[in-house]
Design a protein around this ligand. Structure first.
Ligand code: PLP
Length: 402
């Protein structure tokens, strides 16, 4: 890291630290030969979609991976979640419980189904929704609980399932960010009524795009396999109402299979990057890395840091400085969903905690496109920002930002 003076920061006109931006997306690059091999399978069999060889193999392998009976693939994680909610939500009820500090499209999923999000709080230590925060939101209108995991570690799944069972409510997990995880209660994939995952290129399993659902419920799996394919249950027979086209095609399945082949190596590389952050961030005061619970498995993909009171700049000032230098740090799930401009209805209780948390976390670059040496540079840049904070603030005050 070759910055000596505050003017060397790109935000004040200096040279950028990285000529190519370092992002917070994973963007896995699986072995192209493997991808081509899977692609040839469907290409020569001339079955490009509609339950072709790769989709069938992928569903089988994902069910084994997650230790569940069934896996159903979709064109995106979004449609997997929407169609699962549609199948599971109690009819005649209007609300879906979900955290506000979560994936930005989650409220849109509810809107497709005319359900109102009822936003719950999260635990300030883990950033996860829990039994208490969910229980406070349950009422006679509750149709379903959407258990969304934070991006580092998991929710306490047992506690959430107990709350759902005690209130006779269905529970669906959005486990996109916990795809590789194990918990004290078993492997992610078989909890609640079903769990949903994404194969988007920025997630741990890259299928260029796509999604899937895992469940042990045979009837649910059969219904959703049919819904995603126009509602067909047999040749020219539409057995399920409200069908649509949200199938995964063979090309995406080929990429997902190649990515699945590579997953163990990928996690080892992610762990090395995470460890580099962990050790080098120890020397930086005012930043707290969210630690993965190493007693359990996880993908070690996301790097999340809390800005503590002793950090001399605001979260957003810090992000602006980093971004100018091509370190594409991002605020953690910001803004929280209840603060987004929305045209549809939602229900909020007290979200003081969420409001506070939303201002103090950020994601740092991770995944395939950032090396351990570059991570050391990123942390040195953070150290440089901290050491020179007084001068930086003075420059900001003078409006020096270019
Ligand atoms: C990305 C994501 C989704 C949606 O997945 P897509 O495949 O991009 O539609 C859903 N939930 C969470 C938590 C996500 O991060």
């Amino acid at each position: 890291m070759a910055k000596k003076y505050v003017e060397d920061l790109a935000i004040f006109g200096g040279n950028v630290l990285f000529p190519v931006a370092k992002s917070t997306s994973n963007l896995l690059k699986p072995d192209i030969e493997k991808f081509l091999r899977y692609s040839k399978d469907f290409f020569y069999q001339k079955q490009y979609t509609n339950n072709g060889p790769n989709v069938r193999l992928l569903e089988k392998r994902l069910a084994v991976f997650h230790e569940t009976k069934y896996c159903v693939t979709f064109s995106s994680g979004f449609w997997a979640v929407v169609l699962a909610i549609k199948a599971l939500a109690l009819s005649g009820r209007t609300e879906i419980i979900m955290p506000s500090l979560t994936y930005r499209r989650m409220a849109d999923m509810a809107a497709w189904l005319d359900l109102k999000p009822h936003f719950c709080e999260v635990d300030p230590r883990t950033l996860a929704m829990n039994a208490k925060t969910v229980a406070r939101c349950i009422n006679d209108n509750t149709a379903i609980i959407l258990g969304a995991h934070p991006i580092v570690n998991c929710c306490n799944v047992k506690e959430l399932i107990d709350v759902a069972n005690n209130n006779k409510l269905p529970i669906l997990f959005d486990s996109v960010e916990s795809v590789y995880e194990t918990t004290p209660f078993g492997k992610v994939g078989s909890f609640g009524n079903a769990e949903c995952f994404s194969l988007h290129a920025c997630k741990l399993f890259n299928g260029f795009g796509g999604g899937y659902l895992t469940t042990n419920d045979e009837a649910l799996a059969a219904e959703l396999s049919s819904t995603r394919s126009f509602g067909f249950t047999g040749m020219d027979h539409v057995g399920v109402e409200g069908g649509m086209n949200s199938k995964l095609n063979e090309m995406h399945a080929a990429m997902a299979l190649a990515s699945l082949d590579d997953i163990e190596e990928q996690v080892v590389r992610n762990k090395a990057r995470y460890d580099t952050y962990k050790y080098s961030l120890e020397t930086i005061k005012g930043l707290r890395l969210l630690k993965f619970d190493e007693d359990f498995k996880s993908g070690y993909k996301n790097i999340v840091v809390e800005i503590l009171d002793e950090w001399p700049l605001s979260r957003d000032e810090t992000i602006n400085i980093l971004n100018a230098d091509n370190v594409l740090a991002r605020p953690y799930y910001y803004p929280p969903l209840h603060n987004k401009k929305m045209e549809y209805d939602y229900v909020v209780s007290d979200l003081t905690q969420t409001e506070e948390l939303a201002e103090s976390y950020l994601n740092l670059p991770c995944g395939h496109l950032v090396s351990n040496e570059e991570i050391v540079d990123i942390v040195e840049l953070l150290g440089f920002i901290s050491t020179n904070a007084l001068v930086i603030k003075e420059e900001f005050r003078k409006g020096k930002v270019i």
